[in-house]
Design a protein around this ligand. Structure first.
Ligand SMILES: NC(=O)c1ccc[n+]([C@@H]2O[C@H](COP(=O)([O-])OP(=O)(O)OC[C@H]3O[C@@H](n4cnc5c(N)ncnc54)[C@H](OP(=O)(O)O)[C@@H]3O)[C@@H](O)[C@H]2O)c1
Length: 316
């Protein structure tokens, strides 16, 4: 298949691109960066430049794609959520989705699937309640962002074009996402849970996420009889509390998990963004499991052991 990935230069996009190419697909990476500036770490994909918001030469180059994937978005946790930053976080997702939708509408040959990233922040703070794809959106900025993002993708759906909103949990890998930031204090024997510690962390190993995306866009039983459409939770089947997450992280790194981070410290440092860390969701991958997807890393210890097995942060 020909697959376009917007925002494919990032952490998730690079893993997905590698797997898709390895599986025999042709990948076109849509990026705002020029071919001189983009760093693709030996990914043999075709690079196409766009601006993330308007139509241009890229639309003709991408026409004929079987699948379009959108992973674009300004980083959620890099800056405090000021009003201006919130606007950037929303626009970088919604406007890029609309631009892709507009291009697809003009194409004579349409893709069969449009897949957008979303996040489990959709569900808001849910305490220990188990949530699956049927749960309504929660409250707060992230939930509002995910609703707008998913709705923009939904507008692209037609009778022949399936839309999937894949709600990522915390994606675990050492080359991007939250984990590299979390391990820093552990490396200095200063690691510990973010309080209250009882909030749930729903996570997924980067390889399982890439495999799940491949499964959703290419598994014959799904593509020919699309049993899956709409939201799909991309989380491992065993979410854990923050307390247990940090204990498992310490164990995988051979470091203690002794120093809890009080909520007020994070709130002072990060403002509203702290709520993303001090609250959580206990998310179940119901759609993936019901449709026969098998996780290579269903437990946190298996995932962390794989991640740290060849990494120098693990000291004996
Ligand atoms: N990683 C996670 O744990 C996680 C969890 C939940 C949801 N997600 C979502 O999944 C998507 C992919 O995640 P990721 O970790 O791969 O993110 P990432 O590494 O930050 O990559 C996202 C890509 O989006 C593009 N981008 C950045 N700023 C942008 C802007 N202002 N406007 C338009 N495009 C912009 C960039 O591509 P170019 O510079 O090449 O255009 C970048 O490579 C993101 O939307 C993220 O919010 C990730």
């Amino acid at each position: 298949m020909k697959i376009v990935i917007a925002g494919g230069s990032g952490f998730v996009g690079q893993h997905v691109s590698r797997l898709l190419i390895h599986s025999g697909h042709e990948v076109m990476l849509l990026s705002r960066q020029s071919s001189e500036n983009i760093s693709l770490n030996n990914i043999h994909a075709r690079h196409i430049q766009w601006d993330g918001c308007s139509q241009g030469a890229w639309t003709r180059e991408c026409e004929g794609a079987d699948v379009v994937i959108n992973l674009s978005g300004a980083p959620i946790a890099d800056k405090r959520w000021t009003a201006k930053r919130k606007r950037e976080l929303i626009d970088s997702r919604v406007v890029s989705t609309r631009a892709l939708g507009e291009a697809i509408r003009r194409w004579e040959t349409k893709p069969h699937t449009f897949l957008t990233a979303s996040g489990i922040g959709y569900y808001g703070a849910q305490g220990a309640t188990k949530v699956d794809e049927t749960f309504p959106p929660g409250d707060g900025f992230l939930a509002d962002l995910c609703v707008k993002w998913e709705n923009a993708a939904q507008q692209i759906e037609t009778a022949d074009l399936r839309v999937l909103q894949v709600r990522f949990g915390m994606v675990l890998g050492l080359d991007g996402g939250a984990l590299p930031k979390m391990i820093f204090p552990f490396q200095w024997f200063l690691g510990g849970p973010i309080l209250p510690g009882t909030q749930f962390v729903s996570w997924i190993h980067q390889q399982d996420l890439a495999q799940l995306i491949l499964f959703l866009i290419s598994h014959p039983s799904i593509v020919s009889h699309p049993s899956i459409q709409g939201p799909v939770n991309a989380v491992a089947p065993n979410p854990v509390t923050m307390q247990d997450f940090c204990q498992a992280l310490g164990k995988a790194m051979n470091r203690p998990s002794w120093f809890p981070v009080p909520e007020f410290v994070l709130e002072t440092a990060l403002g509203e963004l702290a709520s993303m860390l001090t609250t959580g969701q206990r998310v179940e991958p119901q759609q993936a499991l019901q449709n026969g997807f098998s996780f290579a890393y269903p437990t946190l210890s298996a995932a962390l052991d794989e991640i740290f097995s060849n990494h120098s942060t693990r000291k004996d």
